[in-house]
Design a protein around this ligand. Structure first.
Ligand code: SF4
Ligand code: SF4
Length: 493
């Protein structure tokens, strides 16, 4: 780990005309006086030779600028400018990942800071984290680094002789397999997580050798298809994750379309190129807590230093699953609620099967408290964690930390188009194994974008803790009294 926090480096979009919320129409009567170049605080205009062009139109803050002395539309001596809402934006995103949230995540990945004029805390789903607020949210923000505020969490609380694993931020990256995303995407996630002293996860698709330099920050996954699971990869990992189910598609297992099974992916998974691969549900060797313990013991025997995480979806009896995992010897119970998953997860499953994570977290937290084992078990939550505020809310509800995934892809300019399952479906070259599409993403660029997003989240978490009068993220665990729920009635006054 280098300097702390890792350095922000401005990392602009890789596209010539990035999508923005507003469009600038510049009429032919512009005399290229350059006044707008000087005025605009967002750096929208640039001289190309002697001509002024709105080259960074995507940075325009639109009508929020109206009334200020630098509003280019009002100041232009020729009245040559017009700002309109970009009609394309209407088609971007959905109720959970709104266009504002996508654009503000891009902004954070570019600058390492939360934006001033865009929504970056909540979506518009009408429920869950989008209706929870911290009681202080109406006070002024003050994003400054505070050295006396700690965001680190310990992942081994069992005092069982296995090493302690401490991460410097209360999040790590969820499993995305080689095959579901490109090698560049995997490497960028791993490199950024190494900088931030946290983890990424291989997912169920094997452990590409290119990840070995980052092995101290890579969780290896053992899932039902056992694709790419080898003794050497288990021995290499500081944390091994059993994936019993995925919140986005509980009971359905995994499915990698033949289209994405390139020769490299097939070799890694010991299969045949072009053939679709299924990970069944469930583990057919586990039908009881005793079977589960046998599984955990198996990994502990192979790697006497590894911590064991158990990833489960959120059925109504998820509290029983959690206590079973405790008695089986797991260090981490990873609750994966609905809402997560890439565009490869079917919507019908995402929206209708698992319990929303904001309900599952307090249920498990309270049950483990009642059972007297909460202090020994780490609760990690995932399934729709999009923002720093979602992270803090999940922790206030009772989690120790969270797992993220989609937000990292959005940092790489994913548009949430939902074409992830197809071999040549991802127009952004992120969730693809196609050589040509993957080459659209450059590794250093992608690493920095993810790292910048983490920086913005880090600033926000410090600010949240500061405003709650806390010195450590661990103080926030289970503090539901910091939150309140905005129901429809109070919203309408
Ligand atoms: S201020 Fe108006 S006239 Fe001057 S360069 Fe900008 S758009 Fe053209
Ligand atoms: S841009 Fe790529 S990663 Fe994002 S949803 Fe579309 S296909 Fe999936």
């Amino acid at each position: 780990m280098g300097s702390w926090p890792p350095e922000v480096k401005g990392t602009t979009s890789r596209f010539k005309r990035p999508l923005g919320k507003y469009k600038i129409i510049k009429r032919a009567n512009c005399n290229n006086c350059g006044l707008c170049v000087k005025l605009c605080p967002c750096g929208v205009y640039k001289f190309i030779g002697k001509k002024v062009m709105p080259l960074r139109e995507y940075r325009c803050i639109g009508f929020s600028c109206e009334g200020s002395e630098h509003y280019c539309v009002a100041q232009c001596p020729e009245k040559a400018l017009m700002v309109i809402k970009n009609p394309t934006i209407e088609a971007l995103g959905d109720y959970r990942w709104t266009s504002d949230l996508i654009l503000s995540t891009w902004y954070q990945a570019e600058t390492g800071n939360p934006p001033d004029y865009m929504e970056y805390k909540i979506g518009n789903s009408g429920g869950g984290f989008d209706r929870l607020r911290f009681s202080f949210e109406f006070e002024n923000q003050n994003f400054s680094l505070k050295e006396d505020v700690s965001t680190t969490i310990d992942l081994n609380r069992r005092n069982d002789g296995r090493p302690q694993v401490t991460i410097s931020v209360p999040w790590y990256g969820g499993g995305m397999s080689f095959g579901s995303v490109s090698l560049t995407t995997m490497l960028a996630r791993a490199k950024a997580c190494m900088e931030w002293n946290t983890f990424t996860c291989t997912g169920e698709g094997g452990y590409p050798e290119a990840l070995i330099p980052y092995k101290d920050h890579v969780i290896t996954q053992v899932a039902t298809g056992l694709f790419g699971v080898r003794e050497e990869t288990i021995k290499r990992a500081r944390i091994v994750e059993f994936k019993y189910a995925q919140g986005a598609k509980p009971g359905l297992g995994g499915h990698l379309l033949g289209d994405k099974v390139t020769p490299d992916v097939a070799r890694m998974r010991e299969s045949v190129p072009g053939i679709s691969l299924f990970s069944p549900f469930p583990f057919h060797s586990v039908y009881s807590v005793e079977d589960h313990k046998k599984h955990v013991d198996w990994i502990k025997e192979i790697n006497p230093k590894a911590l064991i995480s158990v990833k489960v979806s959120t059925p109504v009896d998820v509290d029983m699953v959690a206590i079973g995992s405790y008695y089986a010897g797991a260090h981490i119970i990873h609750l994966d609620g609905s809402y997560g998953g890439t565009g490869a997860a079917p919507d019908i499953a995402k929206k209708n099967i698992a319990m929303p994570i904001e309900l599952a977290i307090p249920k498990v937290h309270r049950f483990l408290l009642e059972e007297g084992v909460r202090d020994e078990m780490v609760i990690i939550a995932s399934g729709g964690i999009r923002t720093a505020y979602d992270i803090a809310k999940a922790i206030a509800l009772g989690a120790d930390g969270v797992v993220i995934g989609t937000a990292e892809l959005v940092a790489l300019e994913c548009t949430r188009c939902g074409n992830c399952e197809r071999g040549r479906g991802c127009p952004r070259g992120i969730a693809t194994t196609d050589m040509e599409l993957s080459s659209m993403v450059e590794l250093e660029w992608a690493t920095q974008r993810i790292s910048n997003l983490f920086h913005s989240w880090y600033l926000q978490l410090i600010d949240i803790l500061r405003r709650l009068g806390m010195h450590s993220i661990t103080e926030l665990v289970g503090k539901t009294d910091c939150l309140f729920y905005i129901d429809k009635w109070s919203e309408n006054g």
